[in-house]
Write a protein that binds this ligand. Structure first.
Ligand SMILES: NC(=O)c1ccc[n+]([C@@H]2O[C@H](COP(=O)([O-])OP(=O)(O)OC[C@H]3O[C@@H](n4cnc5c(N)ncnc54)[C@H](OP(=O)(O)O)[C@@H]3O)[C@@H](O)[C@H]2O)c1
Length: 266
């Protein structure tokens, strides 16, 4: 099993580290977490016995076979400049940074570097991430399969061409935020009808989880599943009409487009 080093343990880094450590695919001793501030890393070390922490990113790269960059996009050049001389051709660099292309990463390292661009999302924390995997031509099929296995240990992962990355950011990288807004709004509607708030969040979130599982597990078209809930003259068709009247679908499509456009302009 290969050693995995994380550089950056913020929102996304921590979600992946927790997801990976909980999945038991990799021994805790095989995970090294690097950051600028040791105090911020100590809780992870305490939570997952055996996991190593460090502020010395060059040493982390020396020890790791796979290095996952989970820093903000504008920090990538600085981090790669620091670790470049430790990047031997056998190591795999994974970047989850939005808007940083494989070409950008190759220019900051070398043409021989094995690079994989990945776009996960924060539900990694509960083992339900959706991650896209785009390797450069130096990464073998076997290595790509290994990376997919790692990201599948805390959710679902699909290999996609890099030119789909804007769509990925819009539909899964950023979308947990819009889904939380939807859950919050559903719950507000329930509260408006007298339901206590704690119950309202539970009813709303479980309805979203159940509907998502129906799409994934039945393989049915979402429109057909919607039709199954919508009896003639019933309550649901009233709600569907209201959503259509207020531009729900168009609003969601525009949100995905906005995130995708932002990603392509970064
Ligand atoms: N958040 C999401 O939902 C999401 C989804 C998909 C992809 N991403 C991508 O994930 C990346 C990280 O995003 P985030 O939301 O996790 O950001 P974040 O919470 O700000 O975390 C960034 C982390 O990087 C650390 N860091 C900064 N400079 C460093 C350096 N030179 N060496 C080592 N560590 C350093 C920071 O440490 P300090 O706190 O000590 O500065 C912080 O822990 C971004 O590129 C983003 O595009 C995020």
């Amino acid at each position: 099993m290969k050693k995995i080093g994380f550089i950056g343990a913020g929102n996304m880094g921590t979600a992946m580290i927790r997801g990976l450590a909980q999945a038991n695919l990799v021994k805790r001793e095989e995970i090294i977490v690097g950051g600028r501030n040791i105090e911020k890393l100590i809780p992870l070390e305490a939570e997952f016995t055996g996991l190593q922490i460090t502020t010395e990113t060059e040493k982390l790269v020396e020890q790791a076979d796979i290095v996952i960059l989970a820093v903000k996009p504008y920090t990538i050049p600085e981090v790669l400049t620091t670790i470049k001389k430790k990047l031997t051709p056998d190591k795999i660099i994974i970047s989850v940074a939005a808007g940083v292309t494989i070409l950008d990463l190759e220019e900051l390292t070398s043409k021989e570097t094995k690079i994989v661009r990945v776009m996960p999302n924060t539900p990694a924390l509960v083992g339900e991430a959706m991650s896209s995997i785009s390797p450069n031509s130096n990464v073998t099929a076997e290595e790509t399969a290994h990376i997919s296995t790692i990201f599948s240990s805390f959710g679902k992962a699909e290999v996609v061409a890099e030119n789909l990355m804007d769509a990925v950011v819009g539909v899964s990288g950023s979308s947990p935020a819009y889904v939380y807004m939807f859950i919050e709004a559903l719950a507000d509607g329930a509260v408006l009808n007298g339901m206590p708030r704690d119950k309202a969040y539970k009813f709303a979130a479980q309805a979203v989880l159940g509907a998502a599982k129906m799409v994934l597990e039945t393989g049915e078209h979402p429109g057909k599943l919607k039709d199954m809930v919508t009896s003639p003259g019933g309550t649901t068709i009233e709600a569907v009409k209201s959503l259509e009247d207020t531009g729900f679908r168009s609003s969601v499509i525009s949100a995905v487009q906005a995130a995708a456009s932002k990603n392509s302009s970064m």
